[in-house]
Design a protein around this ligand. Sequence first.
Ligand SMILES: Cc1cc2nc3c(=O)[nH]c(=O)nc-3n(C[C@H](O)[C@H](O)[C@H](O)COP(=O)(O)OP(=O)(O)OC[C@H]3O[C@@H](n4cnc5c(N)ncnc54)[C@H](O)[C@@H]3O)c2cc1C
Length: 389
Amino acid sequence: MQALGIPTREFTVGSFQAGGRPIEHFDGTGRPMDAAASERWICDVEAVDAALAEQIAASDPGDSYLDVTERALDASGLDAERIDEIREFFRHRVEEQCGAWIGDLDAHGLDEDGIDGDEVIFPRGYDEIPHRISVGLDVRLSHAVRTIRRTDDGCLARTDDGDFSAQQVVVTVPLGVLKAATIAFDPPLPEAATGPIARLGMGVFNKIFVQFPERFWRADTYVVRALGEAGERWHSWYDVSSISGIPTLLTFAAGPLGRHLQTRPDAEVVADSVGALRALYGDAVGEPIDSWVTRWGDDPFAAGSYSHLPVGASHHDHDALAGPFEGGLHFAGEATWGAEPATVGAAYRSGHRAAERILGHAVDLAEFAKHVAESTADHPPGDDSPYQH
Ligand SMILES: Cc1cc2nc3c(=O)[nH]c(=O)nc-3n(C[C@H](O)[C@H](O)[C@H](O)COP(=O)(O)OP(=O)(O)OC[C@H]3O[C@@H](n4cnc5c(N)ncnc54)[C@H](O)[C@@H]3O)c2cc1C
């Protein structure tokens, strides 16, 4: 994204890492852990993670991530309390990375989860990506597509605000929207598309940002993490104060907890997570001055947060969904990119793949990024983007 000229700030959470950054750990009873206890915990996770990789490699079709996790924990020789804490950590990792319950995820569901290099935050918001790459294009917002018809003469997309025809069409709605079947395809989609849509899963991963009058966590803390029972519901709070300049923690509600909390009012969700912080820090936790709660699973234009691999699905299902299908129909978006699904990178690359297939020739992504950076250098977000309205 740096190649597109978008400012970023390094913030590496490293696929829900156990260590590697200053993490303020609390044990299962909610007591702060000293450096030695934290170090032992990190070593425990690393050792079981290595055993887990072997169990995944040896797993059979139909094994869930929970199955392979339990086998690795059984073989660890650790005492029951340490096993419980690591079990909880693996469950939370699946929830955060996939938005899914560990028992529903395929044993290979986190195979593509590695991240090379730094992770970054976009201080001006993620929508700067579509803002930049759409400069000069005719983008129509608030045109919900209801039907996509394919005929011998091409494709027709029917929206509430008119019809749009083209020789070929690229459908980039989220997998959750395809699963909900809110867009009618005429003729109906072939099994080569409906199979992957049915087999792949759409997870829920929501964010809760809370701003406080005073910082009560350590100055160098990257993440506050509660282990075992103390972290059963709320376990990780990331310090994102540097973005707003106000003491701010970000926590997540994902998988079954995320789905449940979408049925509760924002105030209750925030109070629940702040209550969990008070169990760790006591009265030092002041009354929140502001908060934000996302509800991706409730959004009819998202119907979830990102895709994952339930038991019975395969990595090939992602790429198979891209098509192309008869009548010039293509799919793109994160769920159609098997090499790193559930990411912005996947969405970007899948769009590039669809463009190359339609154009019938290669498109150099580095050249494209250079062109975007040059043509948007004088257009900071907010100037004339349709995304600002
Ligand atoms: C809370 C959260 C945190 C995340 N964190 C990260 C991260 O740290 N790193 C990372 O790489 N990825 C992250 N992701 C995933 C990433 O955001 C997605 O993978 C990516 O945005 C998917 O892009 P997409 O183009 O496939 O789909 P989307 O960005 O969802 O775009 C689909 C578009 O289709 C539109 N649409 C839906 N239905 C219709 C319709 N009927 N008619 C017309 N338009 C329609 C929607 O309004 C939307 O604009 C995160 C996602 C969430 C929810």
